[in-house]
Design a protein around this ligand. Structure first.
Ligand SMILES: C[S@@+](CC[C@H](N)C(=O)[O-])C[C@H]1O[C@@H](n2cnc3c(N)ncnc32)[C@H](O)[C@@H]1O
Ligand SMILES: *[C@@H]1O[C@H](CO)[C@@H](O)[C@H](O)[C@H]1NC(C)=O
Length: 309
């Protein structure tokens, strides 16, 4: 019977074979890309592990040009574009909240690639930038040099849990732009900031503040090493506990939504596919973008300011 197969079926079989071959190759390629880009699968990655995954590197580079903070928009605005303009608006907001004279000395704790520090330097502040992620420090130094701001900004390796390298009362201001969330021991960090500030010196913290009632967000927070995700309102107690006074809070949640909506929309389809495959935990930023957007309201984005008496 096999011999009676019409000869016309040969090309069809060949085509089926080629299609299967092609599909197999595509699946292999996709798996290789996924394996390459995804994080290393650590249950509770360190800060450096989180920022070093190719997914983080690509994501922050492609979507944010390596400025790793939210944009500030008009309330109710839909479009997140242009993103860089909104990021400059956020930096301006932080600068305004610092309320320091030109020539003042500030510490940028967790400076990343140095964009916030460069904004402050252009406004006339002298900036000591610190970070613990080696490739961010390299990038920040390169950016500072490229922009001719070496006389206004120093970039050094330092962990904000250990600031013994800096003398007491040597700063007029210390700020964090979306990094205090990573602190393992927030009280210790604030204690260090307090010691480093002159009397009358200020802290300004632009940070996410979560209310811990979403299971999925707990996964997101652990996977991005956001240990310091306090109960809503916890900041006031923490800051007062470190000795600061004149606490003021600006809730910017509504003004950061457009960018998170973009993350949610861009990540939605890949996230659903990753979930079907059960590998969503290996794509921390996709998960964070989509789940934060879907659970909007489980947290806030706040600007905290306080003064050392
Ligand atoms: C979300 S990024 C923000 C970077 C920068 N502030 C910006 O707005 O572009 C957080 C940064 O904090 C740094 N960081 C995290 N924990 C730190 C610590 N204990 N000491 C110093 N820097 C830290 C990370 O390496 C990362 O560069
Ligand atoms: C704190 O940082 C200094 C360098 O600035 C270092 O010599 C010291 O070992 C660090 N201390 C701890 C406990 O890591």
């Amino acid at each position: 019977m096999a011999d009676s197969n019409p000869p016309t079926s040969r090309p069809a079989q060949g085509r089926r074979f080629r299609l299967r071959y092609l599909a197999g190759t595509l699946v292999l390629l996709a798996s290789a890309i996924i394996a390459f880009i995804s994080n290393n699968g650590a249950e509770a990655p360190s800060v450096q592990e989180y920022y070093s995954s190719l997914e983080s590197r690509l994501g922050y580079w492609l979507l944010l040009g390596n400025t790793r903070h939210c944009g500030l928009y008009e309330k109710g605005q839909l479009s997140p574009f242009p993103v860089s303009k909104a990021q400059r608006a956020m930096e301006e907001k932080l600068y305004t909240r610092l309320d320091l004279k030109p020539g003042s000395k500030v510490m940028d704790a967790g400076a990343g690639s140095g964009y916030v520090a460069m904004y402050m330097a252009r406004k006339g502040l002298n900036v000591q930038a610190i970070d613990i992620t080696p490739h961010h420090i390299t990038d920040a130094r390169k950016n500072v040099k490229k922009n001719g701001l070496e006389d206004k900004i120093s970039v050094d390796y330092a962990d904000y849990h250990n600031l013994t390298a800096f003398p007491d009362a040597s700063f007029d201001g210390i700020y964090t732009m979306e990094t205090f969330v990573h602190a393992d021991d927030p009280a210790k960090v604030l204690g260090n900031f307090y010691r480093l500030l002159k009397p009358g010196g200020v802290i300004v913290l632009h940070e996410a503040d979560f209310s811990r009632n979403s299971e999925v967000l707990q996964d997101v927070l652990r996977l991005s090493h956001c240990q310091n995700t306090l109960k809503e309102g916890g900041y006031e107690e923490l800051v007062a506990g470190a000795g600061f006074k004149d606490y003021s809070l600006d809730d910017l949640t509504d003004e950061v939504l457009p960018l998170w909506r973009l993350f949610g929309v861009v990540g939605y389809l890949p996230y659903q596919i990753f979930k079907l495959l059960g590998i969503q935990h290996k794509f921390t930023n996709v998960m964070a973008g989509v789940e934060t957007w879907l659970n909007w309201g489980d947290g806030r984005y706040i600007s905290v300011r306080a003064v050392k008496p």
